[in-house]
Design a protein around this ligand. Structure first.
Ligand code: NAP
Length: 283
């Protein structure tokens, strides 16, 4: 029997409607994205984020900076946005050009405005089990699992990928929901041995169809975070044939992607509430 599709759009639409109401209530929520250079994939993501933010009523500002900007100039720009009271959420689109130290720039973002959850303070809070601002993609995946009432307590979850933006934070959230989590990466030996045991398998690697149907546990839940541009269009990290083995399956496109945008907007509202003292931001 083919799997139940976990579609992101209907859940994301609901989140975005709630966010729009909250923005109306708050009166003004400022969300700024900073794009350095002209990476085409980043341009697409920024465009989608702005369209969604504007539709939800945010004061959205799309800061574009030249690829040749120096690290010092970029730091100054980030500090200006930190100091700007009209800015609630601040997102630095990655990757940054090679001559810029990404970690240094992410550390410069005010933690209370860090809607990607990449500042060491927010990443540390998550690690300690006291999440403040957590990246939108891992939050989106958790919302999809929650929506379909997937049992996490005691489940065996396998996360493929250990990036700061997806794999690591998602593994933390799954562990905090009492799943038993295994994180796999490019040095993992015998990947199928890990994946075949997964009640919940998340692929976030950026390799088209890395996960083949014979790597999926019968009746398991498969979440495909991958977005890969190929000659055949956008494809995930999981071969769609896995749909015949799994009980739940996320499509690409239309799965995790829409959730990331919705949860980013949710994070910007959360940041606005932190900044207004409606939620306590730990100091
Ligand atoms: P990333 O920073 O490049 O990390 C990729 C991870 O996959 C690394 O940990 C890497 O291992 C691991 N990996 C690579 N090849 C592997 C292999 N053959 N076997 C096992 N592990 C392997 O990527 P990312 O930013 O996390 O993104 C991953 C994918 O998700 C990409 O397709 C990206 O476009 C997509 N994405 C989608 C959304 C969305 O909204 N749907 C959001 C973010 C990202 P090492 O650590 O050992 O190098």
């Amino acid at each position: 029997m083919p799997a139940t599709l976990i579609k992101g759009k209907p859940i994301a639409d609901r989140i975005r409607a709630t966010v729009a109401e909250e923005v109306r209530e708050l009166g003004h929520v400022g969300l700024v994205t900073v794009l350095v250079g002209d990476d085409p994939a980043s341009e697409v993501y920024i465009r989608l984020k702005h369209k969604a933010a504007t539709e939800a009523g945010f004061a959205a500002q799309d800061v574009r900076l030249p690829a040749g900007i120096s690290e010092a100039e970029l730091l100054t720009r980030v500090e200006e946005l930190n100091a700007d009271d009209a800015v609630d959420g601040l997102l630095i689109q990655l990757p940054l050009p090679d001559h810029i130290d990404e970690a240094q720039i992410l550390r410069a973002v005010a933690p209370v405005k860090d809607v990607d959850g990449l500042h060491p303070f927010n990443a540390g809070q998550l690690f300690l089990g006291r999440p403040t601002l957590v990246g939108a993609t891992p939050l989106g995946v958790m919302a999809m699992l929650h929506e379909h009432r997937i049992e996490l307590d005691g489940a065996r979850a396998v996360v493929l990928g250990r990036s700061d933006i997806v794999g690591k934070p998602l593994a933390q959230l799954l562990m905090q929901a009492n799943a038993t989590v295994t994180i796999c990466h490019s040095h993992t030996k015998d990947l199928p041995r890990q994946t075949l045991d997964a009640d919940i398998l998340v692929a976030a690697v950026g390799v088209p169809a890395l996960v083949t149907p014979d790597m999926v546990k019968t009746g398991g839940v498969v979440i495909d975070v991958g977005i890969n541009r190929t000659g055949a269009g956008l494809v995930g990290d999981v071969d769609p044939g896995a749909e015949d083995v799994a009980a739940y399956f996320t499509p690409v496109p239309g799965g995790v992607g829409p959730m990331t945008i919705a949860c980013l907007l949710q994070n910007a509202v959360r940041a606005a509430r932190f900044r207004r003292g409606e939620l306590a931001f730990p100091h």
